[in-house]
Write a protein that binds this ligand. Sequence first.
Ligand code: SAH
Length: 209
Amino acid sequence: MNYKKAREHMVESQIMNRGILNEKLLEIMKQVPRHLFVSKSMISAAYDDHPLPIGHGQTISQPYMVAIMTDILELKGDEKVLEVGAGSGYQAAILSKLAKKVVTVERVKELAERTKKLLKKYKYENVKVIHGDGTKGYEKNAPYNAIIVTAAAPKIPNKLIEQLAENGRIVAPIGPRWHQELIRIKKTNGKLEKDYFGGCIFVPLIGDD
Ligand code: SAH
């Protein structure tokens, strides 16, 4: 399989065709080797238009979902980003090329360890992987200019809103177990403004908040 060709095709047919025209993001999605983040048995499906299992009942998100969530975070390059739900590490790898620093939190220890090794091996050096409960954010590196939650919750955990910097953005799938709405919250002068970006389905965010 020619992975580079598969990536170009993925970006053109699944992402550009659905209206995402953020050139820098498209270029990075053409470069980041998604097949290295899925399990060996899934490699031939790595560039297909759907999520894939990554073990422990979790999934790597559909490429388009990674694209739209990243696009609406509106990264300029100088941000500190928090991701809740590291999973395979693919989303974190994409973010690492568009921001200054990425902290990604994962509650499943085996996934956190695997992702940490993988990101180190492939030299995504500005990503820190933390094993823990991301519903509490990660106080140590707060505040964050952007926060992305890649698991579904009925509402945005309060700690994440607290750890969001002024002018920061949170992107998250919010709603019940089998249907959520992709939302973005912006914090301006301490006030929160909400925008909606359509329906989606994510695995649940499991935490105390
Ligand atoms: N962004 C991932 C996809 C993640 S799937 C990728 O690119 O592959 C959602 C992930 O969120 C799962 O790995 C799940 O274990 C994790 N998760 C669920 N609840 C969590 C919590 N409270 N804190 C951190 N991670 C959590």
